[in-house]
Design a protein around this ligand. Structure first.
Ligand SMILES: *[C@@H]1O[C@H](CO)[C@@H](O)[C@H](O)[C@H]1NC(C)=O
Ligand SMILES: *[C@@H]1O[C@H](CO)[C@@H](O)[C@H](O)[C@H]1NC(C)=O
Length: 826
């Protein structure tokens, strides 16, 4: 009904001018023919049949007139809203009367009616005023209304709202608007021409989308009727987002500790920011702050979407122990808003650095006589880790003569703590092990070479304490006699040896006139040709001296033994050519039997050993069948009985030869006279030998004297030996045993055996004949092993049995004539 009414109003508005013309015509017509005017007033929208007024009465018509005169109403407007009740003469409503349809917005609405009565035709005009009834509520064209307002809109801005329409008029028309209550909006009603009212929405408080994104308002249009009628319009206000919120981190400061050995790509921490704006204004992108150092950029990676931080590279506590990372969160609004936070990443130390041993001093040599506590090297220890991981302990190999003395922080002095001996260990390679207290501990080693410098603490030492040198007699002077050598354990100058010969006397002559030593290599040269028959042994004291400061030296003895050469031919003692002339004449009776001793050839050899081993041979004879010569004794005997035919004069040529190499020989001619009737030939011979000259008598006297003197000397010697033996008997060796049981200690034979027990060389001296002369003595060196065995001659390899030689001599010579008189021969 409302809508219909409203539409009708509009239609009427359009036809307004037609209605006006029509009513003007009616008015003039009525003015001319009607003299009385009847007017009724009824509200609109009465029920059909409702009474408007009693026309009959008001027009002074009787009831019968009504019926007979056919009283009826003729509407000037086409539609018949009223009718006349013929019975009562009343005007009743015939149809629904809508004032708004009939009169629109005009203030008065009067319907003119013609009441027609026939017989006679009579025309009456009446008017029915239609009074307005509030039957229309104000209405809005759109019941829903959406307004979008940006949240940044300033307070006080107006927004025009839709007006409501109310077809009713007067008080029943639209009176005012009301707005539901809202914090941000108020209503202002603006009046324009004709009293029309326009509602306006006023922003009374700034909007915040983040608090309230939408506001729902209800605009109510109120009319002035009674009862009041209202119309509503729903107003929805969408607050448009403005990027007015900064992304906000959950914490402004994040702190995390990460082990330095964390793997690449490990997760570190999540930073989270929120932006309460919507859409792009609330979409957050994480990134590093503007002034982020390169070190952070290199190591950390931030996920732009999630804000997670990862390791891009491994951490190193030793390079940087802590990082401060500025993170910014930006939304995608326009302009962008940015929030910040800081992440502190503390790197936790892991024992990943081995301790390092640094040698702070270079002097790593020390003299071998250094006292304990001498500083050898200075060390310092470094460990890049921290805490326990950097607590370092040092170890030296067990048994090394060094120890470590801590000085100020992490510095150590390596000192000696025992005796050093360069000759034992000349260089140490000390392996120092440094171990930290981390878990697991790390260690490193460093080898420190320590060289021990030499001190002259070792004397040169000869290869032997004494040397035995065997030297052939008659050697070439200037030839190398021997080379001694000494060594010195020290080094350098301390081991440079020079050799020298200490002065001593050999047969009253300085030894340096016999030998000469090469001071550089110890070669000893002879400066003489030695004669065994004059000098058999001598000692040289050599000294080796190093060039240290002070220098050290040692001595050694060189025993030089001259070896015999066969340089002497046997010398014939008997028959002596000097005593008996060039020919030795022997007489022999023809009556002798076979085996008769005719004579004995005796010879000596100044050499010794084989060189003095003499053998006899009959070289030539007048009659070789008559005589024979004993090879060993030189006895000349008859082979058979002499016959009458044998020549009275016999000549024998006896060759005497030694056993040397090459052998030397000599010959002697023996003349034998065969005589008839000569009976005691040997006695005769003895008589003849002792009788003829005074010289023989003198020799006998000398013999007696010398025997006596030898006996006395022997006695004295024995006494001395006895005393010596008693003294040295505690040492266990005694020569008396030897002298007590030795057959050769026989004064009758002018033999003296002397045992020398002093010194390293033991030798026996056999003295015969003249005590004053050394030249006839046989001296034999004996090794301690052979002390009590049969002594041998000087040539160690000699197999000659001296006893045999002597026994041969002993057996062959008459006691009285057996003497050593070879000094005359030599
Ligand atoms: C010592 O030096 C001399 C001269 O240079 C040389 O003849 C001799 O053979 C050397 N002796 C040794 C044992 O080398
Ligand atoms: C070597 O002999 C000399 C001379 O006899 C002596 O002065 C020196 O002390 C001896 N040296 C040694 C080490 O025995």
């Amino acid at each position: 009904m409302c809508f219909k009414g409203a539409r009708m109003t509009k239609r009427m508005g359009r036809r307004d001018w037609r209605w006006q013309a029509f009513w003007w015509h009616v008015f003039f017509l009525l003015w001319n023919i009607i003299h009385g005017q009847t007017r009724y007033s009824i509200p609109e929208e009465l029920e059909r049949g409702s009474l408007v007024g009693n026309i009959a009465k008001d027009l002074n018509l009787g009831l019968s007139d009504i019926f007979h005169r056919n009283l009826r109403v003729a509407s000037e407007v086409g539609k018949q809203y009223f009718s006349v009740d013929a019975g009562k003469g009343e005007l009743v409503v015939n149809d629904r009367i809508d004032r708004e349809a009939l009169c629109g917005q005009r203030d008065s609405c009067v319907l003119p009616l013609q009441v027609v009565a026939e017989n006679p035709l009579q025309l009456h005009r009446i008017e029915v005023e239609i009074r307005d009834v509030n039957d229309n509520a104000p209405t809005f064209l759109k019941s829903d209304h959406v307004i979008e307002i940006a949240e940044s809109t300033v307070v006080g801005v107006h927004f025009l709202l839709e007006m409501a329409e109310d077809p009713d008029v007067g008080n029943n028309g639209l009176k005012t608007y009301t707005l539901s209550k809202d914090d941000c909006f108020t209503l202002r009603v603006k009046e324009i021409e004709n009293g029309r009212k326009i509602p306006e929405l006023v922003l009374s408080k700034s909007l915040d989308r983040e608090k309230r994104a939408a506001h729902s308002l209800v605009l109510t249009a109120v009319d002035g009727g009674n009862p009041v009628k209202t119309g509503i319009s729903k107003i929805t206000i969408h607050v448009l987002d403005i990027n007015d919120n900064v992304p906000q981190f959950e914490k402004s400061f994040y702190k995390i500790a990460v082990q330095e050995n964390s793997a690449n790509g490990s997760f570190v921490i999540t930073t989270k920011a929120t932006d309460i704006d919507e859409g792009l204004n609330g979409e957050i992108e994480y990134s590093y702050g503007v002034h982020t150092p390169a070190s952070v950029l290199a190591i950390f990676h931030i996920d732009a979407v999630t804000g997670d931080i990862y390791l891009k590279q491994s951490l190193d506590f030793e390079t940087q122990a802590s990082y401060r990372i500025d993170i910014s969160a930006k939304d995608k609004g326009l302009p962008k808003m940015e929030g910040h936070c800081t992440v502190q990443v503390d790197v936790l130390d892991v024992n990943d650095n081995a301790p390092e041993i640094v040698l702070t001093s270079k002097s790593t040599s020390v003299p071998e006589d250094s006292n304990s506590g001498t500083v050898v090297a200075l060390l310092s220890i470094r460990d890049l880790d921290s805490g326990d991981n950097s607590k370092v302990s040092l170890q030296l190999p067990k048994g090394s003569p060094f120890s470590l003395k801590p000085s100020f922080s992490n510095n150590y002095a390596m000192i000696t703590n025992g005796p050093l001996d360069r000759e034992r260990v000349s260089e140490f390679k000390i392996e120092i092990t440094a171990t930290d207290a981390g878990s697991p501990p790390l260690s490193s080693t460093r080898i420190i070479p320590v060289s021990i410098t030499d001190v002259n603490d070792n004397p040169p030492l000869f290869s032997q304490p004494s040397y035995n040198v065997y030297l052939k007699e008659n050697g070439v002077p200037g030839s190398i006699l021997y080379s001694v050598s000494a060594s010195d354990l020290d080094s350098g100058e301390n081991a440079k040896i020079s050799y020298s010969i200490l002065d001593s006397k050999v047969q009253d002559v300085s030894v340096s006139s016999y030998v000469y030593i090469n001071s550089d290599n110890g070669s000893i040269y002879s400066m003489h040709s030695f004669d065994y028959e004059k000098l058999k042994v001598f000692q040289i004291q050599v000294q080796a001296k190093d060039q240290g400061s002070p220098s050290l030296s040692s001595n050694a003895t060189v025993h030089v033994f001259i070896r015999d050469q066969n340089d002497n031919a046997p010398a014939v003692i008997y028959p002596s050519s000097a005593a008996l002339g060039s020919l030795s004449h022997q007489r022999m009776p023809r009556s002798v039997k076979a085996g008769h001793l005719v004579t004995k050839v005796t010879a000596v050899d100044a050499d010794s050993g084989h060189n003095a081993w003499i053998s006899y041979r009959l070289a030539e004879a007048t009659d070789a069948s008559l005589f024979t010569v004993n090879q060993y004794t030189g006895e000349v005997r008859t082979k058979r009985a002499v016959s009458e035919q044998d020549d009275s004069s016999q000549r024998l040529l006896v060759e005497i030869k030694d056993d040397g190499e090459p052998a030397q020989s000599t010959t002697v001619t023996v003349s034998i006279l065969l005589e008839d009737g000569l009976h005691e030939p040997i006695l005769d011979l003895r008589h003849k030998l002792s009788e003829p000259s005074k010289k023989t008598g003198r020799i006998t006297l000398y013999l007696i004297l010398s025997l006596a003197s030898v006996s006395v000397l022997s006695l004295v010697t024995f006494l001395i030996l006895a005393v010596k033996c008693i003294r040295s008997s505690r040492n266990g060796s005694c020569c008396m045993r030897r002298s007590g049981c030795d057959d050769y200690k026989n004064p009758n034979r002018n033999l003296q055996i002397q045992l020398n027990t002093d010194g390293p060389i033991k030798y026996v001296e056999v003295l015969g004949g003249d005590m004053m002369s050394q030249s006839q003595s046989f001296r034999s060196c004996m090794s301690p092993m052979s002390e009590y065995s049969d002594f041998t001659l000087i040539k160690p390899s000699s197999t000659t049995d001296f006893r045999e030689v002597i026994s041969v001599l002993d057996a062959s010579l008459p006691d009285s004539t057996w003497t050593f008189e070879s000094q005359q021969v030599s």
